[in-house]
Each structure stands twice: as C-alpha cells, then as structure tokens.
Design a protein around this ligand. Structure first.
Ligand SMILES: Cc1cc2nc3c(=O)[nH]c(=O)nc-3n(C[C@H](O)[C@H](O)[C@H](O)COP(=O)(O)OP(=O)(O)OC[C@H]3O[C@@H](n4cnc5c(N)ncnc54)[C@H](O)[C@@H]3O)c2cc1C
Length: 457
C-alpha cells in the first residue's frame, strides 16, 4: 500500500491523465493543484492568463467532484506547501507531470517524488536519450518520426477503480484561499470575430470544449493548414492547440492520435503531416530544455554564436516595442494584438522577436519575459526556446527577419495591420514606417526601396 499526493498542476484533464490511473488496490491518494505564487504573480502572468488559469482549475475541480473526487486547491510556494500537505495527510510520495524547466524540478528537492512525462509525445519508451539528443530540429525530427508512424504513443485511460482510491478531504474551506475567477475581460469585438469563438475564455479552453473544437477543426480545416498557417489572424487558419496544450487541458498524445486517425481514414496529406511536424517542434524544445536547462535563460546560451543586442539593454526601445509604438506598423499591430488578446500568430512572434533583438538592439531575454507575462499559451520550453533559437543562443546561428519585407509578403493588402491600427492618418500606405516625436521612422530607406520596386513592376 502506498499513499500518494497527486500533484495535478499542468494536468487539468481526465483524458490521458496517468496520475489518476496510478493508485492501485490498497493505495490512497490525494489530488492537489497549487498555484505557484511566483509564476502566478502579476509580474509573470497577465490578469487575462491568471483568470484563464483560475477558471480552468475550478472547472477541473468540479469535474473531479462529479466523480466523487475532491481536488485540493492551494496557492503559495510548492516547495513549502507540498511538504506541509504530505505531513498533514500522511502521504509518502508526490507524483506529478514531469516539467522541462529547473524552477519546477526544484520543487522535488528533498521529497520522495515520481515524475511522469504526461505532457510529452515522446514519453516512456519513446523518450529521447538526452546525451545523444540531435542538435538540430531536422535531425531530431528525422530520428523520431519513424517511431511515431504508429497510431499513437502509449495511451492511458483514467480508471474509475483507481479514482475510487482518492482520499476524501473534509476541509474544503481551505479552497477559499484562492480567488474565484473574475468576470471575463471581453476582447474587442473586431478581434473576437477574427479568433475562434470565445477565444481566451476559460470555458472554451476546458477539456470538453477543446476536444470538440479540435475534432471539428480536423474535419473542416486541417486540409488547408499548410497553406493557411502563415496567416496573422483568423478563426481557423491554424489549430489553436497551444492554449490547451500549455494549460494541460489537452493531451498532446490525444491530439496526435486524432490527427493520425484522420490520416488513416482519409489519407495523409501535406497539411496533416505539417501539423504533426509543428507538434515535433514543441517536443524538440521540451527535450532540449531538459538537456540544457540554463542555456534557455542565459543571454549567450550555449555560447556557440554571437547573439544580437546588448546585454540587459532595455529602456525606451523596449517600452515602445511592448506598447506597439515602434513606428513599424507591422510590428506595432502584432504587439497590440498581443496586448489586447494574449495571443499572436507564429509568423508575428518570429518577426517581433527578431525586431526587438536585431533592430532595436535589446537583450532577447527582455522580450521572452514580456511574452511570458502576456501570452495565454505561455509554455516555458516553447517560449524561451523559440526566443533563444532566434537569438542564436542554442545550436543554430541567429535568425533575422526583415519585418518590412515580411509585412508586404504576409499582409499584402495590409488588412491585418489596418484591423489593429486603423487606417493611416495621412494618405500613406499602411505598412509605411512612421516617425514619432524624438523617434525616427524605422527602416525608412528600405521603404523607399520598396516603393521604387513597386514603380518598376
Ligand atoms: C518568439 C516565440 C515565442 C513562442 N512562445 C510560445 C509559447 O509560449 N507557447 C507555445 O505554445 N508556443 C510558443 N511559440 C510557438 C508558436 O508560435 C505557437 O505554438 C503557435 O503560434 C500557436 O498557435 P497554434 O496552436 O494555432 O499553432 P499551430 O501552427 O496550429 O501549431 C500546432 C502546435 O504545434 C506547436 N508548435 C508550432 N510551432 C511551434 C514552435 N515554433 N515551437 C514550439 N511549438 C510549436 C504548438 O504546440 C502548436 O499549438 C512561440 C514562437 C515564437 C517564435
């Protein structure tokens, strides 16, 4: 007989939740979620994401309650709260979803702890050996893809038998130390229409809603994913899997399995393959962060390349970037989208990241920290990994994007930029860089080149 503390952070779902399957006959378990006070502070998480997280926690608690299972919710420092709970309920072992970053690993120090890599595709027998982890994404993908042609990696189903072993908790009043979710902050109507229904609202990111939406996406929109995924906004141009994956309301193994099932029924095509390809990027950063935990947060990273920007530089340039006032409409539109919705497309993220470090000369870690605070889909490995990757702090060389060129290519008619910034005040083109008091128009000479090219065409 064992007595477990099931630490359900990052696993707010019944489907493919190996924690809930763990206790066997004679065992006892207590299900717990803790809102880590540092990560949940306004400095590190926007009000919008805190609200989303609270909504999802309370929803998960209610779903477990419907099965007769209490979920203890706490806030505080897990390194302090967990030992207290172990002692209070006479539990001997903590079982949790394996993280990727040192901060979460540190919570296990000194405790009898068991990790289950429940949020990775490549878990259990498929788990990569970190010593021989390929350096580049391409090599990583080529190495792992053949193993993933099977329907899905090992799948676990919650067993009601196991759930019956969960301890009952009588002190439910302790839940009151957590704030209830506040009324939703509505998105501006024009933007809400350009995102999936109810985007950002916790009800739409619950397990049941997410599974239904993704199944519908596969049926109706997966076929155009490869063509549409570079768009900047739209209700179904991409999968919008990142929020439920990062908040733990969807299992990546389930997502993979649904795509594979669709492929087995209707055939694989470029789009279905590409969505799986993108999910492997997520995997790559997860395992790479475990291999090089500190390089993801250190300016020079692995030290293999000269990274752009000046160490710790911030100041006005950073503020303008954060507020969407750099003078380059494409960058400003993306940053204002982030501020208003907590979301940005992958194309937008690449461009604004590159712009901050290469054009504005800022330390990339300021950008990563701003994204950490703002993004609804914030995930430590994906966020810090992508920033470090663009900066050249990992294995490959820095990647600079020409934001003006990208604006003209991916927002040709400037519909996205106009949606966010409105029509330009003067008769200028919407993508034309603009000057502000004491702040010159960025990339102005490139704009002149662009105009000349237009005239020549
Ligand atoms: C600077 C920067 C910061 C980022 N920060 C985050 C973050 O905090 N959280 C996050 O989930 N993604 C992050 N991404 C990756 C990517 O931009 C988002 O996952 C994607 O835009 C979310 O939209 P989607 O779910 O519709 O993506 P889709 O295009 O439909 O892709 C499907 C899934 O594949 C995965 N994926 C796709 N691209 C990447 C990528 N480049 N890296 C890792 N996984 C990927 C995600 O899980 C995504 O949900 C970041 C990218 C950049 C360039």
């Amino acid at each position: 007989m064992s007595r477990y503390l099931l630490f359900c952070n990052d696993l707010l779902r019944l489907d493919d939740n190996p924690l809930l399957c763990l206790p066997s006959d004679g065992d006892a378990a207590l299900a717990v979620c803790i809102l880590p006070q540092h990560q949940f502070s306004p400095k590190r998480a926007s009000a919008r994401r805190r609200q989303l997280q609270l909504g999802l926690l309370h929803d998960f608690q209610q779903r477990l309650a419907a099965l007769g299972i209490p979920l203890l919710l706490r806030s505080g420092d897990p390194a302090v709260v967990l030992p207290q709970l172990l002692q209070q309920y006479q539990l001997v072992r903590v079982v949790a979803a394996e993280p990727t970053a040192p901060e979460e690993y540190s919570w296990a120090a000194g405790l009898n702890w068991h990790w289950l890599d429940a949020n990775s595709l490549l878990a259990d027998k498929l788990r990569p050996d970190l010593y021989t982890l390929p350096r580049s994404f391409t090599a990583f993908r080529q190495q792992r893809e053949p193993e993933l042609q099977v329907l899905a990696p090992q799948q676990t189903q919650p067993s009601i038998l196991a759930l019956n072993k969960i301890l009952s908790v009588t002190d439910v009043t302790e839940l009151s130390d957590l704030p209830r979710p506040e009324p939703d902050q509505p998105l501006p109507v024009a933007l809400a229409q350009q995102l999936p229904d109810g985007f950002g609202h916790w009800q739409q990111q619950r397990e049941s809603a997410v599974l239904a939406r993704f199944s519908e996406y596969i049926q109706q929109h997966l076929s155009h994913y490869k063509l549409s995924r570079n768009a900047l906004i739209g209700a179904d141009f991409a999968s919008f899997l990142s929020v439920p994956l990062s908040r733990g309301t969807l299992s990546v193994r389930r997502a993979w399995q649904l795509i594979r099932q669709h492929e087995l029924q209707f055939g694989q095509n470029e789009s279905s393959y590409w969505l799986r390809f993108e999910l492997l990027w997520r995997e790559y950063f997860r395992h790479l962060q475990r291999k090089h935990p500190l390089a993801f947060f250190c300016r020079s990273g692995l030290g293999l390349h000269q990274v752009p920007g000046t160490a710790s530089s911030a100041g006005e340039a950073l503020q303008r970037w954060q507020q969407g006032q750099t003078g380059l409409p494409f960058i400003d539109a993306n940053m204002q989208l982030l501020a208003q919705t907590g979301w940005m497309s992958n194309r937008g993220r690449q461009n604004v990241a590159s712009y901050l470090m290469f054009q504005l000369g800022c330390d990339w870690r300021h950008g990563a920290a701003w994204f950490e605070q703002q993004l609804l889909d914030y995930d430590v490995a994906s966020n810090w990994g992508n920033w470090a990757y663009i900066a050249g702090a990992l294995y490959s060389a820095p990647r600079s994007f020409n934001a003006l060129k990208q604006a003209v290519e991916y927002d040709h008619a400037a519909t996205f930029t106009s949606l966010l910034l409105g029509a330009p005040q003067t008769g200028n083109h919407r993508h034309q860089p603009y000057a502000q008091p004491n702040w010159p128009a960025p990339q102005a000479w490139q704009w002149q080149q662009y105009l000349q090219q237009l005239r020549a065409d």
